[in-house]
Each structure stands twice: as C-alpha cells, then as structure tokens.
Design a protein around this ligand. Structure first.
Ligand SMILES: Cc1cc2nc3c(=O)[nH]c(=O)nc-3n(C[C@H](O)[C@H](O)[C@H](O)COP(=O)(O)O)c2cc1C
Length: 213
C-alpha cells in the first residue's frame, strides 16, 4: 500500500470490534510518534498507553461516552509536560552529545539558545499551548503510521481533560492530557461512517500558490 492509499483508506472509526493490535504493530506506531519532529527537538510530551479495559470504560465516561474508547485495542493519551525548563534542556544536551559522540561543551551555544527559548514561556498556559502543539504533530505521525500498518486510529478531543487528568493522577506526574487516539479495528457493521467518501476542501481551495508571476 502506498502512503496515499493508506491515507485514503484511513478514517476516524467511531466503532471498533475489540480485536487486539499485535504488540509489534503497536510498537511501530509508538516509535513513529517518538520520531515526530518537535520545536527545538524538546519533545515536551509523553504518550500513555491504556490497555486495561476497566480503566478505558472509566475514561469513556470522561470522553462523552464515545464507544471507541472502550471498543479499541489500545487507547493512547498524548499528554503535554507541565514543566519544560533548563533541566530538560540540559538533559537533552546530554542526550544529543551521547547520540552524536560529541563533547557537551561543543553544544554550549545550542544549550544557551534553548535556555533562552524555555525562559520565554511567560505563563504555564503559554507553555502548555506550545507543548500541546508539539503533541499534535506526534498525533498526526501516529495516525499516518497506523494507516500504513492498516490499523484504525480514531483521534479524539471530545473529552474532559481536567477530569481525565484527575482520574489518572496526571498532574502529579507533570502531565496534562491533550488528545486521545484509539487504536484498533473498525466495526464496519456498526459504524455508519465506514466506507463513506472522504470530505475535504477541493485542492484549489486548500492550496494557495504563489508562482511569482
Ligand atoms: C484533533 C482531532 C480531534 C478529534 N476529535 C474527535 C472526537 O472527539 N470524536 C470523534 O468522533 N471524532 C473526532 N475527530 C475525528 C474527525 O471528526 C475526523 O478526523 C474528520 O471528520 C475527518 O474525517 P476522517 O478522519 O474520517 O477522514 C477528531 C479529529 C482530530 C484530528
């Protein structure tokens, strides 16, 4: 299947049949999300994987009772870090030096510019919105990877983040939920959206070209 075939095949399944996604395939989707680009490379988010059906049932109550939350195989929660500060920058510098065989001293200029960047988050809300935007890039990457693996993936903002954070004790872990992704297999009998044509703005409305003429 080509990337374009995968993108036409995928849709946001509203009903899933409960079949389990194999661990290896789940790992591929998670690795794809981990490879997503992020601003300054800071990756200010974590992905929580909820397998426990009983817990997913409780999460469903905080997610507008959407069936795919409990019918999926795995529920991913993309959660933004509540703290992104100089400690994280220094950790990233160490990681970068180790991955690239450099002396951290060679990255001093980079470290200073990242320190300045994180100091620029004037309020927790500004930082959260920045971190959440990065989490959405990982979400998109996971969606595309899932399609390539022929796994249905249903993104969801229809939930109550403070309620979910309280349910899972996320604040104590320095996390705030941003968006959900249910992974599984479509239930074509029950899902009224299965097999319907895609609805997208026509290309001429979507793409604005400046040809310099
Ligand atoms: C960030 C985001 C949040 C979404 N939240 C929900 C949701 O809570 N419930 C739902 O049924 N669909 C949700 N969707 C799915 C969209 O409705 C769907 O992607 C859109 O209608 C396009 O259809 P398609 O993805 O099936 O091609 C969400 C999609 C995105 C990208």
């Amino acid at each position: 299947m080509t990337p374009m075939e995968a993108l036409h095949w995928r849709y946001a399944a509203k009903r899933m049949n409960g079949r389990k996604v194999p661990q290896g395939t789940l790992d591929t989707i998670l690795d794809a999300a981990r490879l997503a680009p992020s601003s300054y490379g800071l990756q200010p988010y974590s992905v929580l994987v909820v397998k426990d059906p009983a817990l997913r049932e409780r999460i469903r109550h905080a997610a507008c009772d959407q069936p795919q939350v409990s019918e999926c195989s795995h529920l991913l929660i993309f959660a933004a870090w509540t703290e992104v500060d100089e400690r994280h920058v220094d950790e990233l510098i160490e990681l970068t030096a180790a991955a690239r065989g450099l002396d951290p001293v060679e990255l001093e200029g980079y470290r200073q510019s990242l320190h300045a960047a994180v100091a620029g988050f004037t309020t927790p809300e500004v930082r959260h919105h920045w971190a959440a935007r990065q989490a959405y890039i990982a979400l998109g990457t996971a969606l595309t990877a899932a399609a390539a693996e022929r796994i249905d993936a249903s993104p969801m903002e229809g939930f109550d983040p403070p309620a979910l954070d309280a349910l899972l004790g996320l604040e104590a872990q320095g996390l705030r939920s941003v968006v959900l992704l249910a992974l599984g297999y479509r239930d074509t009998m029950q899902d009224r959206l299965a097999g319907l044509a895609k609805v997208r703005w026509p290309r001429e409305r979507f793409v604005v070209e400046w040809d310099g003429a």
